[in-house]
Design a protein around this ligand. Structure first.
Ligand code: UT7
Length: 328
């Protein structure tokens, strides 16, 4: 089969206006700005307004990505929303977004791979375009993590924020676009990062609410060690599959969980910080939204040029990980 080259033809991001600073968190739990900054690199994060759900954030980011791609909503064949904080169990957030956008011709589904969800979404969408099944696919990473964060738990509440990033994938000229994907999972580590309540195993009840089962529970240090191990390795594997080397990288766009995790990936790849997009100081960890928001900001800031080699890499609950090499 003759495969079409597929790339990102438009990016967009949206973050809510409300800022939650480290100083504010100092009033809520036993923590301090110095600890949060040195251990994580995070200074502030955004919080959705009470009336905003994940699809509302996704909608704003999507409008920008569609405009940047120079297409109309009518051109969209498929919408994939990667999220662990859907508006509701079903209909999917992708269907709610399809209706908001008026993208009548688009199929729609959600994808659940936690913080790796955006890269899983890119891999799924790019293959559908490469094979000629579809022409334009909207891939969104959108989260309202503030809705599943326990603001009495200092181990987690300092980390997470809300936001959405979107890209449109389409055919590009020969030589450009996605060169490789490396996806992985280790279900054995699922316990380390989870929300247990409200599913079929532990349906919502007064008991699940009072025992805080609807919030994120995380074994932070174990996830940290996993992330340090997997980030550099996944990026190297994606480069190997693309037939490229670490010296070829122009910009690394990593999942924004912890600046120390990003630093470890940079060390492994022998990359200087200038070749890495870091914006977690402003937004914290937005799970599936982190990478597309970082990419959209890199584009806004003029840090991405035609022909550049970009590497995306992320890890998260599941456990899952993913990496991809793209020629812009
Ligand atoms: O997208 C994937 C999602 N998850 C992640 O990426 C999380 C990855 N993990 C991390 O980023 C880090 O593990 C954390 C930032 C969560 C924690 O940093 P750490 O260096 O692994 O610290 P730790 O959990 O080993 O805790 C060290 C100490 C503990 O006190 P003791 O037991 O040594 O007395 C904690 O209780 O720091 C304490 N601590 C805090 N102190 C002040 C934990 N959270 C806080 C806090 N403020 N917010």
């Amino acid at each position: 089969m003759n495969l079409h080259p597929v790339g990102i033809i438009g990016t967009g991001k949206y973050v809510p206006d409300r800022i939650l600073s480290n100083q504010e968190l100092e009033q809520m739990v036993e923590t301090n700005d110095e600890w949060i900054v040195t251990r994580t690199g995070i200074r502030e994060r955004r919080m959705a307004a009470p009336e905003q759900a994940t699809s509302d954030l996704a909608y704003q980011a999507s409008l920008k990505a569609i405009a940047a791609a120079g297409i109309t909503v009518e051109d969209l064949d498929l919408i994939i929303v990667s999220t662990i904080t859907p508006d509701m169990f079903f209909p999917s957030t992708a269907c709610l977004l399809q209706e908001k956008l008026g993208a009548k011709k688009a199929a729609a589904f959600d994808l659940s791979a936690a913080c790796s969800g955006f890269i899983y979404g890119l891999a799924t969408a790019s293959n559908m375009i490469a094979t000629g099944m579809y022409k334009h696919i909207l891939v969104v990473g959108a989260e309202t993590l503030s809705r599943i964060t326990d603001y009495t738990d200092r181990n987690t509440c300092i980390l997470f924020g809300d936001g959405a990033g979107a890209v449109v994938l389409g055919q590009v000229e020969e030589g450009r676009g996605f060169k490789s994907f490396e996806l992985g999972a280790d279900g054995g580590g699922g316990e380390l990062l989870r929300v247990s309540g409200g599913g079929s195993r532990l349906p919502s009840s007064a008991d699940t609410v009072s025992s805080k089962q609807h919030y994120i529970h995380m074994a932070g240090n174990d996830v940290f060690k996993f992330a340090v191990r997997i980030m550099g390795g996944a990026a190297e594997e994606a480069l190997r599959k693309a037939g490229m080397n670490k010296e070829d990288i122009n910009l690394l766009v990593p999942h924004q969980a912890n600046v120390r995790i990003i630093q470890s990936a940079l060390n492994r790849l022998d990359l200087p910080e200038e070749k890495c997009m870091i914006n977690l100081d402003k937004y914290g960890n937005m799970s599936a939204a982190s990478i597309p928001v970082a990419l959209a900001e890199a584009v806004e800031q003029g840090r991405v040029h035609e022909g550049d080699c970009l590497v995306f890499v992320g890890f998260g609950g599941g456990l899952t990980w993913g990496a991809s090499v793209l020629i812009w």
